[in-house]
Design a protein around this ligand. Sequence first.
Ligand code: FE
Ligand code: FE
Ligand code: ZN
Length: 276
Amino acid sequence: MIYIGNHLSSTKGFLAMGKAATKLGGNTFAFFTRNPRGGKAKDIDPADAHKLMEYIEQNGFGKLVAHAPYTMNLCSDKPDIREFAKNMLIDDMKRMEYTPNQYYNFHPGSHVGQGVEAAISIITEAINEAMFPEMTTTILLETMAGKGTEIGRNFEELKSIIDGVKDKSHIGVCLDTCHVWDGGYDIVNDFDEVLDEFDQVIGLEYLKAIHINDSMNPCGAHKDRHEKIGEGHIGNDAFRKIVNNPRVQGLPFILETPNDDAGYAKEIEMIKSWQK
Ligand code: FE
Ligand code: FE
Ligand code: ZN
């Protein structure tokens, strides 16, 4: 069994997100830790966060997958933006402890001309700085489509980041189906072969979550335009196989498709109906 859910708005607080997930048929969800465009985070209500933790426990939810703001670029070429991003990560790691033992996913960043190697060492340094001995959160690096100068365009780049992270027990990967497809991994013809490659390069034990999105573009397009499940170039036959693959059972699957609530409920129902 996989866990399935979608990205939810956090404006009504933590417990409200848990209930919203249930209403849509889900048993996991994603949320932004702060305004997706970045900037100041609103204060956390510890009681509300605790109520959510009780709720997900009672209702058999899978791991939640929080998402950092899209604008957080740890390897920006501008020192002030880099510093801002790092402080955001440090702050988010503290905030995540109000909802302990969950996942925190982020886009590794764009190197904007500095080169992959330099960027990777900046990213690993920031992660090491944000980690602390008592932390319970696992930080997930997202596989990226390889748009522009994005880091994480292939498994090798993510492996290099992980290599530089000191605490390997709190780092993992979130595989975005649209992104890997756009990045040139043919998950339609052979998802198992892509998982083999993931295993050889990174190690399957680091695969902690899936972003389940169809793609508006063909394999290798490096575009990153999400499509509704079944309406893009990946298609339902491939997704049916993906959600039933024995090597991804137990993982949280998060929908980031262009949908309203009704659309998400429909996709969640469809995916659940596929599960053997
Ligand atoms: Fe993402
Ligand atoms: Fe994603
Ligand atoms: Zn994307």
